[in-house]
Write a protein that binds this ligand. Structure first.
Ligand code: DGL
Length: 272
């Protein structure tokens, strides 16, 4: 029998992984979220690779030792490709990562001009060149790596609004490049997709990885031995637990309420 309430650990540097959690809830409404954000070392897009790898490994393993889960989702493009091999070797659970949705975006573009909006680290990763060569050899890509945009998302949780002039400035290269499709290659950005769409106009198609990651999570749920959590252990768990390595961002509670996340315990200063 499948676990009734799978417990899924979603990790990110900040609130971006909530866009992945939201996509998981849409397909798996009973999933209980264990959210871990390393906001003491945010943003990851400006950090050396080795720092991201060791933070992620230490924090995820540390939290799992106290809070059992069925599965780990690295809800962060910047960390995923760096840390997945080591994490899979270290934890005895399924581990899912996220990469920019280059292939589906290339299939959607009509003019073969696409944009990638991601962190500075993600836009220069060799795996990205590889994905682009493999899945969109006939397309022109405009890459925008912006930690300012990631920060803007963190700051927008409370008000739910983003400064339009700042957005317009950051996305200007995409307009200049006349792209018709944009990949949101950082998990923070789907949280402000409506504001981005208002800036870029109605013709632009937006593509992110949330739905695909959620489908992957659902498919892994068929593993009968998942997590090995007893029914009793599950029954004692709070609905959702969110852990931050520094003070949780202002507006988190408002965001959780807005997205109907009931009974969420939010804990700051964990393992930071
Ligand atoms: N949300 C993250 C991503 O998908 C990281 C943002 C950051 O810390 O720079 O890449």
């Amino acid at each position: 029998m499948r676990p009734l309430a799978p417990r899924i650990l979603v990790f990110d540097s900040g609130v971006g992984g909530l866009s992945i959690a939201r996509a998981i809830w849409q397909q798996l409404p009973r999933a209980r979220l264990l959210y871990l954000a390393d906001n003491a070392h945010f943003p990851y897009g400006d950090q050396p690779d080795q720092a991201v790898i060791s933070r992620c490994l230490t924090l995820v393993q540390g939290l799992l030792a106290q809070q059992p889960a069925d599965m780990v989702v690295i809800g962060c493009n910047t960390a995923s490709t760096l840390v997945l091999p080591a994490l899979r070797a270290a934890v005895k659970l399924p581990v899912v990562g996220v990469v920019p949705a280059i292939k589906p975006a290339a299939a959607l573009s009509r003019n073969h001009r696409l944009g990638l909006l991601a962190t500075p680290a993600t836009v220069r990763r060799p795996y990205l060149d590889q994905l682009i060569r493999e899945f969109s050899p006939d397309c022109d890509w405009v890459r925008v790596g912006s930690s300012a945009l990631v920060q803007l998302v963190e700051d927008s949780l409370e008000s739910g609004t983003v400064n339009a002039a700042t957005l317009a400035r950051i996305t200007e290269p995409l307009r200049q490049g006349e792209v018709d499709t944009v990949v949101l290659g950082c998990t923070h950005f789907p949280l402000i997709q409506a504001a981005l769409a208002a800036t870029m106009g109605p013709e632009v198609v937006w593509v992110d990885s949330g739905e695909a990651i959620a489908r992957r999570v659902v498919s892994l749920m068929d593993n009968p031995g998942l997590g090995g959590l007893s029914g009793e252990a599950r029954a004692k768990m709070a609905d959702h637990q969110l852990f931050f390595t520094a003070a949780p961002p202002k507006g988190l509670g408002v965001w959780l309420q807005r997205h109907s996340v009931g009974d969420a315990g939010v804990t700051g200063y964990w393992g930071g």
